[in-house]
Design a protein around this ligand. Structure first.
Ligand code: SF4
Length: 473
């Protein structure tokens, strides 16, 4: 193994078909101290899940630094309220840490109620609150009594686990919201879990389901609102897209409300087609099945034809993937396979053992598979494997640019929807634009990236076409 790799990290890195690490992937565990993990903290994990609720208010109880994690870097789209774009902090100072911050938190809730009067407030307990032991739950209970709204504590000190712990804390908060509404008559329709409507994907999925005649009761949490969320216990089925963040909620809703669940991916032609068919099958709805086939027959060939036009530009290209969850990584490998691009490095922040088993079954021998990677590891293996493009999020972008590697944001900074058949076109176009940009030749000339021996890149004509269309809510 390379000198850049810490000894303690060996078991979280595998080379398919003969390995750096052992037989099983070490994953779903605390980060190695000092390894400079790319992973977000517990609080950030909770915020990812809850922030897209459009009419909720978020109070970050902690130092101002934690509050930098706002809509501006974790944006998602709304068809209604814009309240969620605000973020408030109690800005804890030394004095509060010595004498306690509960009084300041109460004052913050009072101020929010006077100025905005939301129906729902989430209060996040951050690292320092976990250390000094403010009774955040008691403050929230008092505020609920005083104002008659929901004020829910999210116990998410950054040090208290991994990003996955934050997902669970957020799901616990959602269950606190839903449980009082358990006894409602059942409705016809489904909940969508684990899509955050980062660039309108939730609207794409909802449009497909509408065309199949399937009502959507509630969405978790992309474009969600308080009024839609509390109807969630009435749904017939939970469709879980981002399994890493939402399987825990799906299990809890099954136990509490008797709602069955299914996993679905709406990334890529193959996954989207399969998802639509499986939703109809789970509902035992033959009419919906026929309508799903009609959607697939109309949309899949168009997306595939679009992809074919670009394939010549992807010949010989190699991709690296580093994303939050295993399910997204699996979808991306499949999508790159459809595009004729080989995935040579793939990793996640919160993947589980079963995710890594599927990942391993999808990639070629020699592919590097990593859990909870750090920048040095990503750099080492992207150089070794000659990756041409990195797909990741906001924290991976600078690394790719510094190495002179193309980059595609598959997280909150993306501007075009990457889900559904529409997403296939947007993703293909975006990957082509970045991958074949002449700028990388210029950057790499002065960078440390070791280019593989290759003929000078041919200028690839741009297949720009139209910009992606905004999908209506
Ligand atoms: S690790 Fe702690 S201090 Fe840092 S952002 Fe997370 S909660 Fe805040």
């Amino acid at each position: 193994m390379s000198a850049e790799i810490l000894e303690e990290r060996r078991l979280s890195i595998q080379r398919k078909g003969g390995g750096c690490g052992g037989d099983g992937m070490r994953c779903d565990a605390a980060s190695v101290a000092g390894a400079v993990s790319q992973r977000a903290c517990v609080y950030c994990g909770a915020r990812v899940v809850l922030n897209p609720i459009t009419d909720a208010f978020h109070i970050v109880h902690g130092p101002i630094g934690c509050a930098s994690y706002t809509w501006d870097i974790r944006g998602s789209l709304t068809s209604g309220s814009e309240l969620f774009r605000n973020s408030f902090s109690t800005d804890l100072q030394e004095k509060d840490i010595v004498f306690g911050g509960a009084v300041k938190l109460t004052a913050a809730i009072d101020e929010v109620m006077q100025q905005y009067a939301p129906k729902l407030i989430f209060v996040y307990a951050t690292c320092i609150v976990g250390v000094i032991g403010d009774d955040v739950e008691a403050v929230c209970r008092d505020a609920e009594k005083k104002y008659g709204i929901r004020v829910i504590a999210v116990k998410a000190p950054g040090f208290s686990g991994t990003k996955s712990t934050g997902y669970r804390m957020a799901c616990n908060a959602l269950m606190q919201l839903l449980t009082p509404h358990a006894d409602q008559p059942k409705a016809v329709g489904v909940n969508i879990l684990g899509d955050y409507n980062l660039a309108g994907e939730m609207w794409i999925i909802k449009n497909y389901l509408r065309d199949m005649g399937i009502p959507v009761v509630a969405t978790f949490t992309g474009d969600a609102s308080y009024d839609t969320l509390i109807k969630a216990p009435t749904a017939q089925l939970n469709i879980v897209q981002c399994a890493g963040s939402m399987m825990y909620l799906a299990h809890r809703m099954e136990d509490a409300f008797g709602i069955p669940w299914m996993k679905a991916s709406f990334f890529g032609v193959e996954d989207t087609s399969t998802a639509l068919r499986q939703v109809a099958e789970h509902l035992h709805d033959s009419q919906a099945k026929e309508r799903a086939e009609a959607i697939i027959a109309k949309r899949a060939p168009v997306a595939e034809e679009f992809l074919q036009r670009y394939k010549a530009h992807f010949i010989g290209k190699k991709a690296a993937i580093f994303v939050g969850g295993g399910f997204k990584a699996i979808s991306l490998i499949r999508q790159f396979n459809e595009m004729g691009i080989e995935t040579v490095v793939v990793g996640t922040q919160t993947g589980k053992e079963e995710d890594y088993e599927i990942i391993s079954s999808l990639v070629n021998p020699g592919t590097i598979i990593l859990d909870d990677a750090n920048p040095a590891e990503l750099e080492t293996f992207m150089k070794e494997k000659g990756a041409d493009i990195l797909v990741g999020g906001v924290k991976e972008r600078p690394l790719a640019y510094k190495l002179g590697i193309a980059f595609c944001d598959h997280n909150h900074e993306r501007k075009h929807a990457l889900g559904g058949f529409e997403g296939v076109e947007n993703f293909t176009r975006e990957v082509n634009l970045s991958l074949n940009s002449p700028v990388w030749q210029q950057v790499r000339t002065g960078a440390s990236y070791h280019l593989r021996a290759q003929a000078p890149a041919k200028q690839v004509p741009r297949l720009l076409g139209h910009r992606s269309k905004r999908v209506g809510a």
